[in-house]
Every structure is written in C-alpha cells, then in structure tokens.
Design a protein around this ligand. Structure first.
Ligand code: PLP
Ligand code: ZN
Length: 413
C-alpha cells in the first residue's frame, strides 16, 4: 500500500487527557483507569517527522490511510477499509456571495462510506479492535456511529451489537439491518444506550466502543484536520464551524493541528474552532458561556439533528479546551434555523447536507450578524453527513398525465 513496511507504528503511549496518567499502547484500553476520562494517543513525532516529510504525501492513496504514520495500526494487514476519507473541500461561491463572504468552503463528509464522517472513526477503531484481538463490539449511538460500526464490523468479520434510541433516523436502521448488526432500539437517549453497553460488558464479553471510551476513533476523526491542511496547501482557514455532539470531530482536529505543528507542517496559527449545537440540546454552549471546565448534562434533549442529541459527553472538557485554546466559540441554533441552513446549502450549491451540516450554515449567519466573524475571513463548514438518512416529507410534487402534458402550466409553476 502506501508504505513498504508491513509493520510500523509510531505510537509511544496513551495519556489521559484529564489527569495525564500513562497507559500502555499495545493492549486494549478503555477510559483512564485513574479518573475515567478519555485517553489520547501520543506518537513519536520526531520519528514521524523523519519518516514522513509533508511532500511524500503527494501521490498517496486518496483515503485517510495516506496518513498511515500518524495512525495507530501496527500491521497493514489489520487495516479495515471501505475507502474512507480524503473527501472534497468544496468552494461555496454562491452561498458565500449570498452571505457576503468571499472565502467559504465545505468539507463534504456526506461522500463517505455509510454517508457520514463517522466512518473515519470506525475505520480506525475497528482496525485497532481487530489488531488487538476483539471479536465482539458494542456501541451506543444516535445512529450514524452505529451504521459505520456495522459496516466496518462486517468488513472485518467481527460481531457488532448496536443500541440506539427508538426514534433513530430510518436510514441508520436500514443500514444496521442490511449490514447484519444485532440491532436494539432503546426507550431513551444515547446515554441510556451507553449504560446498557457498560452494564453488559462482563456478561456479554463485548468491547465498549462508545465515543471517546476507546482511544482510536478520535485518531480516525483527526484526519479531517490533516486533510483540511493538506487540501489548503498547509494554510489553515481562519474559522472552522463544526456540529458537535460527543465532540470527536472537533477534538480530533484540534489534536491534528497540534501534531502537525510538532511535525513542522504548520505554524502556531490555529483556525478558531466553533462548536455548533442544537438549541434543544446545548450542554457545551452552556458550559462555554458559564466558563465551566465540564458541561452539566442537558435535561430533555430534543432536536431533529440526531447526531447533536448528546446530553452529556465524557470528553466535554476536551471540547471546551479546544474551543478556548483556539479562540473559538460555541453557539446554539434552533431546529428551524438548522433546517433552513440545510435547505440553503442544498439549493445554492448542490450539496445535500444532513441537518447537522445545516446547523453550521445557521451558525455562520449568526456569527456574521453578531460581528464575531468578519466577512473578509476564510471559513470552512463541515457537512458531517447526508440528508437522505433523515427522511422527511418533501413538498408535494405535482402529478401530471402523460397523455396531456401542459407545458404552459409547467412553466407557470
Ligand atoms: C455524530 C455526528 C455529529 C457529532 O459529531 P461529534 O464529533 O461526535 O461531536 C455531527 N453530525 C453527524 C451527522 C453525526 O453523525
Ligand atoms: Zn485520568
């Protein structure tokens, strides 16, 4: 593949993001054994810098595995791939003009296997699970993480159990069924699903692949940050707007930027990271505004943007740190606003975003109006998934008779 070596890993150790406790890298790990917070993968970046000058990326495979040296898998043979990553960074000239911005782009993660950015995390998490001998995986999910886990689990020949809220989008259910995951609908939210996975670990012998409860999903997601830098010729945008649930996307990119600086690939400047949440479930926004280090769980979480319906995130402090360290902000948008944003992006540019992607458009409008963002700045939005997974009733299409087509009526609409 992209590297001659059959066995290579530059992983040094796992370090707790909260208390700094070290954990061994080549064995299965969950949360920090000292404080039950997420572990982060640390690489020997001096060695990576030697092995991987930035220019060598040119001509490599157009998937996230082009960053092989910055990923944790040891043996190439353990890589489980469906061609994920290296999604296009699309200019948005028409939407940009409508909003008065000259440099607006979207990273279109709708073009991923299973139609969401969750494929990045699961490709790497399942590869590592395979490498470390896991046979049975379980995941609580708002939908897209389960779909992606089902796909990569099938690809790896591993058994997958998924637990989702009863009102999960239909597209996710279809995928999980077709991909052969053992699928369960729970009368609760993602946190309730997470408790079932946790409680069942001993009896079921499954590996808990919850967001940030194993260290490797984050490594997959960080490739979004690597790709943006490479696709923008190592000049990062002024602002990145990201729809936030569990936070792996935002935290992953923040980690990638820090690693790239250590490698000498980029300088000190960082995009200001903006976390967008739904007004009906905005624990990170509330904590950001309060200046808190952790976010209180959100009561009665409600939003059509299923991926944002995460009342409590184990990596909350990392999300807040990433926002604050980069001079970013956190902002909530209503369901009405995010659905309008979804339609605006679709109609102006032909990108058909998930409601979560629409939320970034709504947030952009608000940040421009408040003056937080200037029109001269360059902005990258993230469309994290595809609209088709979230069925809704479209505006009624008109029926016409093939025997008597009336073009005048068609022209008049
Ligand atoms: C999971 C998900 C999100 C939230 O992502 P995090 O990185 O976990 O915060 C956003 N959009 C979509 C479509 C998702 O599936
Ligand atoms: Zn710890």
């Amino acid at each position: 593949m992209m590297t001659r070596q059959k066995t290579a890993t530059y992983v040094k150790r796992l370090v707790c993001g909260k208390c700094g406790q070290e954990h061994a890298a080549r064995v299965l790990q969950g949360l920090c054994t000292a404080c039950a917070r997420p572990l982060l993968v640390e690489y020997d970046l001096k060695a990576v810098a030697q092995a991987l000058p930035r220019e060598t990326l040119r001509g490599r495979v157009a998937s996230l595995w082009r960053y092989r040296e910055l990923l944790p898998v040891e043996r190439d043979g353990n890589i489980v791939t469906l061609g994920e990553g290296f999604t296009p960074l699309l200019d948005l000239p028409r939407l940009g003009a409508a909003m008065g911005l000259e440099r607006l782009a979207v990273k279109d993660e709708a073009q991923m296997p299973t139609l969401s950015f969750k494929a990045r995390g699961q490709a790497v998490a399942v590869s590592m699970a395979k490498e470390l001998g896991v046979k049975r995986l379980a995941i609580p999910s708002a939908g897209n993480a389960a779909s992606a886990m089902a796909a990569y689990g099938a690809r790896a020949g591993l058994e997958v159990f998924v637990f989702m809220p009863e009102d999960v989008p239909l597209g996710n259910l279809i995928e999980c069924d077709l991909l052969g995951a053992k699928t369960f609908l729970v009368n609760g939210l993602i946190g309730d699903c997470g408790k079932i996975v946790r409680d069942g670990a001993a009896a079921m012998g499954w590996f808990d692949a919850s967001t940030l409860k194993e260290p490797y999903r984050l490594e997959g997601k960080k490739t979004m940050g690597l790709e943006i830098a490479e696709q923008m010729d190592w000049r990062l945008p002024d602002v990145i707007i990201y729809p936030t649930g569990g936070g792996t996307g935002l935290v992953g990119m923040w980690k990638a930027f820090n690693e790239m600086e250590a490698l000498g690939w980029i300088g000190k400047q960082r995009p200001r990271l903006v976390s967008v949440q739904a007004a009906g479930c905005a624990p990170i926004v509330r904590a950001f505004e309060q200046g808190a280090e952790h976010a209180e769980p959100w009561a009665n979480a409600q939003t059509v943007a299923a991926g944002l319906r995460v009342p409590s995130a184990v990596g909350d402090f990392l999300i807040l740190r990433a926002i604050r360290e980069t001079g970013g902000t956190a902002i909530a948008v209503s369901d009405e606003e995010l659905l309008a944003g979804q339609q605006a992006l679709a109609r102006a540019e032909g990108v058909c975003p998930a409601p979560e992607g629409g939320a970034t458009v709504a947030a952009l409008g608000k940040l421009l109006r408040s003056g937080w963002l200037r029109r001269s700045e360059s902005v990258v939005l993230f469309n994290t998934g595809h609209a088709i997974k979230y069925p809704y009733t479209p505006a009624p299409a008109r029926h016409i008779r093939k025997e008597a087509v009336d073009f005048k009526a068609i022209a008049e609409g």
